[in-house]
Every structure is written in C-alpha cells, then in structure tokens.
Design a protein around this ligand. Sequence first.
Ligand code: AMP
Ligand code: GLY
Length: 436
Amino acid sequence: MAQKMLQKILIVGNGGREYSIGLRLKKDAQKNRSKDNENLTLFFAPGNAGTKHLGINVALSKNQDLVAFCQKEQIDFVIIGPEAPLVEGLSDELREQGFCVFGPSQKAAQLEGSKAFMKDFVSRHNIPTARYIQTSDKAKAIDFALSLPLPVVIKASGLCAGKGVIIAQTYDEVKQTICDMLSGESFGDSGKCVVIEEFLSGYELSVFGICDGKDFVLLPPCQDHKQLYNNDKGPNTGGMGAYAPTPLCDEALLQDIADLIFEPTLRGMAQEGNPFCGVLFAGIMVVQENNQKKPYLLEFNVRFGDPECEVLMPLLQTPLLEICKAVESQTIKQLPIQFAKEYCVGVVLASHNYPFGHSTPYPITIQSYDENLGEVVFGGVSEDKQGRLLASGGRVMLAVGYAKSLPQARENAYKILEAIEFEGRIYRDDIANKAL
Ligand code: AMP
Ligand code: GLY
C-alpha cells in the first residue's frame, strides 16, 4: 500500500498574516489540489487564539527553541511570517540544520532590516528611489535636509515596527526630529543612523515578488491603507485594509516595476553574494513625470505585508506549498503560478486605541455569514478561561470579501464585517475606494 505523505509545517508569527497563510494551506489540502498537502499538520509559533483552530500553537519564539522544536517534530517546511526573526537569522539557523524554509537569509533580510543598507544597495544598482543621504552625523543630516524642499522625510535606519518614518512639515520639525532620532530618544539604537530623503508625491502600491534567488514571479498588485482614518487621515498604522488586484497598476506599470525594481534587485543581490529567496515586498510610489507614470521604490520588506497577505492568499490558485518548494529548489520560473480571476478586499477591525497602546480585552461575537462572500481572519485575539474569544489589542481581525468585481468584493467584505462585534472596534469604511 502506498504510504501517504505526512506534511508538518511550522508557521512562525502570531498575526492575521500567519492565520491567512495557515488558512490557505488548509484550503489547499481540502481541495486536494496538491498531494503534498495530504495529512497536513500545521504548527504556529506562537500563533493566536484563531490559529488554534487551524493547527497547534506552540509557545516558542527564540531561534534556538524553534530549531530544537523542528528537530523534535521533524518539521518538513518552515514559513517565517514577520521580519524580526528573519533579520535575526532564523532562516540561516534552520537551513544549517537541513530544514526547508520560506524566508530569506539574514544577509538578504538587510533589505528591510537596515534602511541605510537598502538605500545604498538601490543606488548602487540604479533602482529609482528618492534622493537621500544616510548618516549618523547631526550637522550633515541637517545640512542636507535643509537643502530639500518641504516636507522632508526622515527615517530611522533600523527596524521600528513600521513607525520609524517622520514626514516633517517645517524646518524646525526637521531639526527636532533629526536630533531626537540621533540621540536615541525617539527610536533607541534603530534611530542612531538616519536616512534623510526627498518627499515623493504620488500614489502608493504594494507589489510582491516570489523570488528564488535568480528568478521571480510578481503577485497581483495591492494597495494598502496605512492611515488610521478615512481619506488617509490620522496616524500611520501597520495597515487598516488592503485590496488586490488594484486597477491603479496596469500591465505596463507592473512590467516597469518588474524591470526597474525587481530584476536589478535580484541580480544585484545575487552578484553581491546575498541571493534573495522568499517573498520581497516593494513599497512603491507612483509619480507622474512628463505625462508618464514612474515607479519609485520607497521601501523593501522581506516578507508578506500585513494586511496585504490576507487579500493575496485567497487569490492564489497554485497551492502555496508548491510555491514555497519551488523557491527552495530555485525552480520558480518553471512553476506556472495561477491566480483566481477575482478581486479581494480586506478591512481591518482594530481595538479602540490602536496604534497607540494596549486595550482592555473585550469579548468578540461573530454572527454567521455567507462563506461564499469571503472569510474572517484572526490577528490580535486571545481567549479567556471559558474559551471565549477576546479582542486583545492591535489589529484584531480582518473581514475579507472576494468577488468577480472590485465593488462587489468590497461590499462582501463590509457585509462580513457587520457580522463581527466587539466593544470599541474601529475600522475604515473607505477601503478600496481609491480604485472605484
Ligand atoms: P517606509 O517605511 O519607508 O515605507 O515609509 C512609510 C510610509 O512613509 C510610506 O508608506 C509612505 O507613505 C511614506 N513615505 C516614505 N518615504 C517617502 C517619500 N520619500 N516620499 C513620500 N512619502 C514617503
Ligand atoms: N502593510 C505593510 C507592512 O506589512 O509593513
């Protein structure tokens, strides 16, 4: 009798992104589109109260504990969700022990871990990006900043959980921000080297490439909604909603993004001995120049974006595990990755004081909803002693709608959202409006 293949997958992380990756793998297995997915067991480290229903949560976060867990459980594949373990070298430690990993090496992860590394890399390879300097010298930073028109963009070089970018509106604010960052006051050591850059005016896109070190395949282009309130008002957040594919990126623009940004990046990283394997996120500003749209690179992330991942996973038709394996075996070009001819809209439900601090955990109720409209994704959720689901802070959940048209997908997302209740929930009601 042929033996069934047992697949044990470990997903590192605890947010909506990791939930949606797990849900994709489960759905692939149910559809039985991939033999590899038979007898799938998912582990999440540490996961959340939602991922518990997709697999087994393990309360581990240190690299050495994760490696030991993989050895003990004989894990077949590890998918690393967030940037911090990548920047700390988890992929390398796992690969050294012979594990298959979806996630770039520590050196390649510098594209996100150090804005200074990223800016120097892209300027060495003539990738379009805002004019900048990077320095730890206060006088140099201020001199360059004062030479730019207002507003001026000031970035802490190290990882700051998406908060290390200040757009200063006056030269007084410019000087104060530079002093606060370089003294370590605002972002600790992450701000002791700063990147000062010119402000680019246009609209933003999130474009993801699945990269195997030499080749890449772009996923449907997305748009995130970073500000807390409608019409892009209020403080920056990790993202309050996303949708894909966005009609604001046509074929020609996507091809330019491939040619001007992804191709030279993959080539340059390989040439410099740091081939990029995993998913590369390019934050793009589309600037109108001489009646043409030109993409400029704002930032790289070395992982799926959150909430972009949650709207990309439902569009994937090729089993996710096959994609991860093609990255590991450097055969991404041979894999015809297919996407549903649909649109997907995800609306974040956050706790009342997101993004400023922690909230009292409030119980969540979810009324039944039509599962043909979309799905619910769990992020900042926990459980009380009775097993009741609680909104434990931050970005709690996502209502994800899909449909053949963008307006319908949007409507479906908001219908699902209406089924979710918890005290103090906040959300934007204009997700995807820019495209309609
Ligand atoms: P980053 O982490 O570098 O992507 O920056 C966070 C956000 O700040 C971006 O999503 C943009 O909205 C904004 N931003 C960053 N750099 C620039 C720039 N040079 N011009 C205009 N906006 C920027
Ligand atoms: N949504 C952007 C990010 O994940 O950083």
